[in-house]
Design a protein around this ligand. Structure first.
Ligand code: HEM
Length: 119
């Protein structure tokens, strides 16, 4: 799908997160945009592209990086909702419907590791 599409997708996701039930966890304005770029860089590495996130920020330690935020099951579901809404069938980002489903399936599993609080 290409790096450009992942930056675009992550920015769509973060704009939705910025208006979501968990918006208070996320920064605003330019910082929100910068945060979306970190997420895109992480996803680029995970999806087989260059390890940009690791080069800039070191080992991902994703669960540890999320510990400052109280993430319960409801927050996880809200995060996934934003991602699912932004992604749609994937066409806007050069992804086939089946690859979009694969990406969501992976995020559903991976996001479970970020839950650090009982709902
Ligand atoms: C379970 C639901 C999740 C919630 C509520 C959540 C929330 C957050 C928050 C509040 C931040 C800090 C602000 C920011 O930099 O964006 C963050 C950072 C980040 N999240 Fe998540 N997140 C979730 C799941 C995920 C998943 C599944 C991934 C993997 C694709 C991910 C990847 C990242 C990355 C790469 C960062 C940037 C870390 C850094 O370098 O500062 N998050 N997340």
């Amino acid at each position: 799908m290409g790096s450009e599409n992942l930056y675009k997708l992550s920015w769509e996701v973060y704009q939705l997160l910025g208006q979501s039930a968990i918006a208070d966890m996320f920064p605003e304005g330019d910082e929100l945009h910068a945060a979306s770029q970190r997420q895109a860089e992480f996803l680029i590495g995970i999806l087989g592209g260059p390890p940009l996130y690791m080069q800039k920020h070191g080992h991902p330690r994703m669960r540890a990086r999320h510990l400052p935020f109280p993430i319960d099951e409801a927050a996880r579901q809200e995060w996934l909702r934003c991602f699912r809404t932004a992604l749609g069938d994937g066409a806007a980002f050069g992804l086939s419907p089946s690859h979009s489903r694969d990406l969501m399936t992976w995020l559903e599993a991976f996001s479970g590791w970020m839950v650090n609080k009982e709902g």
